[in-house]
Ligand binder design. Structure first.
Ligand code: FES
Length: 187
């Protein structure tokens, strides 16, 4: 639920604080140019992404047309229009990984998950991003799934890995990730 501009909706803990920050920014908005970015950051901080209803709400308060708000969101890569998946896949597209087949790896991830870079799977499990370098170039090609690093990937090994995550999730929905401990990075 979108909080009202007077911050009347109260909650508990960090969520409430973020929500109040979002409301507070909207409430004190005085039409000054440059406020849109902080408002969007505040909305994303609260919701985890910027939902359509937040765009409508911000547009209503600021008077900035929704199309313009949407244009700003899509211009800056920091903003997301979809919620993050439970597992954030970061495929490395840095130089070492690039020469070791990163494009094929990224194409395979997209095919396996049915999403493109920047998107979240329909079941909300995976969000795919690319990154410049993870810092494990000797293990190229590399990707991270949340905090676990997986290197020397092949299309077959990464499909197997992603399916393990899915199966694990199906077995114990809502529990911690058993495969998270299978990092291929040496201690
Ligand atoms: S370039 Fe991929 S880990 Fe460094």
């Amino acid at each position: 639920m979108i909080p009202d501009r007077h911050g009347s909706e109260k909650g508990e803990g960090a969520t409430a604080v973020k929500q109040e920050n979002f409301s507070y920014r909207l409430w004190r908005y005085d039409g000054a140019p440059g406020e849109l970015i902080p408002l969007l950051q505040s909305a994303q901080d609260h919701f985890g992404y910027i939902p359509r209803r937040a765009i409508t709400y911000i547009s209503g308060v600021t008077g900035i047309p929704e199309s313009e708000v949407y244009g700003v969101i899509t211009f800056y890569s920091q903003f997301r229009l979809q919620p993050m998946g439970k597992y954030v896949v970061r495929a490395c597209a840095g130089t070492a990984c690039h020469v070791s087949g990163a494009k094929m790896i990224i194409d395979t991830i997209e095919d396996e998950l049915g999403v493109e870079v920047g998107e979240t799977t329909n079941d909300g499990l995976f969000t795919l991003f690319t990154v410049a370098c993870i810092g494990c170039c000797s293990l190229a090609p590399v990707m991270m799934i949340n905090d676990s690093t997986h290197g020397r990937l092949t299309p077959a090994s990464l499909r197997k890995l992603l399916r393990e995550y899915r199966r694990s999730e199906e077995r114990s929905a809502g529990e911690s990730t058993p495969v998270d401990g299978q990092s291929e990075v040496p201690e």
